[in-house]
Ligand binder design. Structure first.
Ligand code: HEM
Length: 463
């Protein structure tokens, strides 16, 4: 892919009828940068560097033939996210210009939920989510996550190796959601099939099958809760004074699970990838230094799990930070580019030595549509990482960090696999803590030097 040069004049949105698909606004000598495919996935940050040459906004393609303007500048992004008068989230008019089977519609198509509505409708939908989550006590959420985490760890702990994406990071949020929404663990496999299937689908057929599995699960969840309410999110959504219609209820449950699963999976995965390839975190596992919380902040700032989203549509023609935009045109915010505008700390680099990875970021977005579930998401991720590193105290990657493979696609920054090795431990008896299990033979005070020499001998182990 050749680097685009910055345009000499501001990019001007072409004048087309509102019903026609919006072409990507670019001049003939400029290549449109694709935010999908292997090149972008392998090194999105150098793509953002090139896009910044256009100024605060740049033309991109998010799927073949689907153009958008991408905000890469932090101040422009903040201004947009805090100005609901000028910027609408309602995607209906734009959606009418896009093929109905477009792969971006599941993320951006209109539904009666918090994500794609404005004003009073948005406030009503959002309140259902924030007020229901506020009824979950943090210690209960931590305990659910601990149980789920330890159950997952026990499935691979005796093997000495695991793919931490497929076997851990992608499953923790699903199993926790299944409990929070009020279904017994016996249902969790179905939700795993549906949500992980949507994440992993490589063909339209697989995506359709995963979607159908998800709809069937949601249908059964609603049916079960209609018959018998409980102290759970589904029941609280149903009984909320907003009085959601059946369609709205289903859509709100779907958006909460779907908006939560992918980024939480990648928050855990990206943080583990950083921790397990950085000696400063390894010493933490036994003796202090950087903590899982530091790794999470590092990821939020430098490897935002949701990299580009926030579809917005100008409510009128505007000149915004040097670019003419037409009313109704698709504009996305690059949380990843805006957060790393003034530099990025790559895994293992020293900015994190200060503790937090430093600096403001937009990983949760900002303004009225900012993620409403930040603290619960952080608690789930922190607990998941703490349990894994407590049980498998010498865990480390079996491939170097720079050989990890990243998922394709414009919206998320996440790993395909996270292969790790560790000293096998025998699954525990009920009630036995990790400290009294055979894992206590694992050297807990291993030094960075010891770890480095150990890493030379790590390789795939027999199952
Ligand atoms: C328990 C896990 C989570 C749940 C249930 C959840 C739920 C939601 C919901 C319902 C929204 C829509 C809010 C609105 O439009 O008013 C949202 C937005 C958002 N969330 Fe979360 N979220 C979770 C975790 C995360 C994580 C881990 C990240 C990334 C670090 C994240 C980043 C975002 C962003 C960037 C938005 C704005 C998206 C947009 O407007 O396009 N979320 N989240």
């Amino acid at each position: 892919m050749t680097a685009p040069r910055p345009p000499r004049t501001p990019v001007r949105a072409p004048d087309h009828s509102a019903a026609a698909p919006l072409p990507v606004p670019t001049s003939p000598d400029h290549e449109v940068v694709a935010l999908y495919g292997p090149d972008f996935a392998a090194d999105p940050y150098s793509v953002y560097d090139r896009l910044r040459e256009y100024g605060p906004l740049a033309p991109v393609e998010i799927a073949p033939g689907i153009g958008a303007m991408l905000v890469t500048d932090y101040r422009a992004a903040l201004e947009l996210l805090h100005d609901p008068e000028t910027w609408s989230k309602d995607s209906r008019a734009w959606q009418a210009t896009v093929p109905p089977d477009s792969p971006v519609l599941p993320m951006m198509g209109w539904r009666p939920n918090a994500l794609v509505n404005d004003g009073e409708a948005h406030r009503r939908y959002r309140q259902v989510i924030t007020e229901s989550f506020s009824l979950i006590a943090p210690h209960e959420l931590r305990e659910h996550t601990r149980q789920v985490a330890e159950e997952l760890i026990s499935r691979f702990s005796s093997r000495g190796e695991a793919d931490l994406m497929a076997e851990y990071a992608s499953k923790v949020p699903v199993l926790v959601f299944n409990r929070l929404f009020g279904l017994p663990d016996s249902y969790s496999d179905r939700l795993v099939t549906a949500l992980c299937g949507m994440l992993d689908a490589t063909t339209p057929e697989e995506a359709v099958a995963a979607n159908e599995a998800f709809s069937a699960y949601i249908g059964e969840l609603i049916e079960a809760k209609r018959e018998k309410r409980g102290a759970d999110l589904a029941s609280w959504f149903m009984d909320h004074p907003a009085g959601l219609s059946p369609d709205e209820l289903a859509s709100e449950i779907v958006v909460t699970m779907a908006a939560g699963h992918n980024p939480t999976t990648h928050l855990i995965g990206n943080a583990l990838a950083r921790m397990l390839s950085d000696d400063r975190y390894y010493s933490t596992l036994s003796s202090g230094g950087l903590t899982p919380r530091d790794a999470l902040h590092d990821v939020l700032r430098n490897d935002s799990p949701m990299s580009n989203l926030s579809p917005h549509f100008p409510t009128r023609d505007i000149f915004f930070h040097g670019t003419w935009l037409r009313a109704g045109q698709l504009v996305l915010v690059s949380y990843a580019a805006a957060s790393t505008q003034h530099g990025r700390t790559a895994p293992g680099e020293s900015a994190a030595a200060g503790g937090s990875g430093g600096g403001a970021h937009l990983a949760w977005a900002a303004g009225p549509h900012a993620c409403p579930v930040q603290n619960p998401a952080l608690l789930i991720a922190t607990t998941a990482i703490e349990r894994l590193t407590a049980w498998l105290s010498d865990i480390q990657l079996t491939v170097p960090h720079d050989e990890l493979v990243w998922r394709h696609g414009p919206f998320h920054r996440g790993l395909v696999e996270l292969p790790a090795g560790f000293t096998p431990i025998t699954p525990d008896q009920a009630g036995v803590t990790p400290w009294s299990s055979p894992s206590s033979s694992t050297p807990r005070d291993a030094t960075s030097t010891a770890r480095r020499s150990a890493s030379a001998s790590w390789g795939p182990r027999p199952g």
